[in-house]
Design a protein around this ligand. Sequence first.
Ligand SMILES: [Zn+2]
Length: 421
Amino acid sequence: MVPVFLALGMNGQDFAKSFELYPAVSSAPVITQADADSLKAKSLAKVFRGGSDDEVALDNGVVQFRMSLQDFGKPIFFHRKASGKEGVGLPPLKLVLNGEKFAIGAENPRWIRVGARGQLFAKPFDVRQIPQTNYVWPPRGMGVRFMWASRDYSGLMIEVTYQMVDREPQVCQKVTVRNGSNFPVRISAINQGDSGYPSGVFTRDQLNWSLRPNRVVELPDGWFRVDGSGKLVVSGRMQALSSLMPWSGLQGQTLGSWPAEAKNVSGLKLKRGEVVLIPAEAKIPWSAPGQGDFDAVRLVMDAAKASGLVLGAEVDLSDIPGELADRVGGSGTPVCWHSFAGVFWRQNVLVNWKRLGIQVIDLKGALPSRCSQVGHGEHQTPDQAAIENHLAVRDLMRQGLSVGIVIRHPDVTAYGPESWE
Ligand SMILES: [Zn+2]
């Protein structure tokens, strides 16, 4: 329920009260990029009161990002502190929900500005066990969140959160749509210029993506950084991936045959800490492995342990075991990720991988790009399916990380920019 006074409109100063207790941005230290890798950069990512009452800032010593409270959430500038350069703006994110335009920093007459606040986020990076990291991980980060409520659909909210972690010259933008209304919400456009959004689908003008009641969707992160000459660069770079997801570069090698013998494992000539992968061709039903599967995996597990290797497996997303009713279009077609078998599979694989000592999963293949099952309206078109599939794989990766299993995919990341650069 949105209090009535908010509907009358609040200005930047009203929202500035939420940030009164943060330090002034003028007190933020400057550190050079060279120092960014050292301990000097630890715990420097902070929220600050802006230069005036209607600004708020994120600063990690390396870069500073200022947001407007007056133009609620509008990025004012983003710059590298030691460069002496002016700084750049970010392209504004625009959404069309139920036919109504919403743009960050704009008037948005159909949306009520609910509040803005700073927040520590350690949780998204809550990983207990990562093979082979030489980094202080996870990096600590701070964010500022802006929230809007729909005037037309009670319970429909948009949240935009800007986040900054220690060391990195970049800012991350997260957008969450909470459909607490009783109606499906249709997203017909997501647009942010040449943004870091993965796959062309997210920047296409004509989506027809439906969010059912009580569904919460976190759109893929947008990552923005400024390079040495002060230019805005979307998407990523090696160092960001290395510090946000150090396991990305972990070396792995697939066993050539299955079931494998101990000598096949030692024959791979992997170094300690590297990953020996059970091949997708083993076709192990990971959601419900039989005793024979357990025994075969155990043998490789023991051999891997003896050589100091990490045990992993390849999994083919286009070949998930399931019943006919769970397939996208009859016999021989792939299992729909959103069907019962898809859900059953996702719920059970993590437990089984954990039991079997598997710490790394390399996903291959693709989830179905179309589904003709009745009631699966959310992914019946290729555009919708691409979005749903992307989010589903990302969410599986995050669930995996929370229990100490690293899940990798060539096109999807759990956190951080989408591409190596
Ligand atoms: Zn389906």
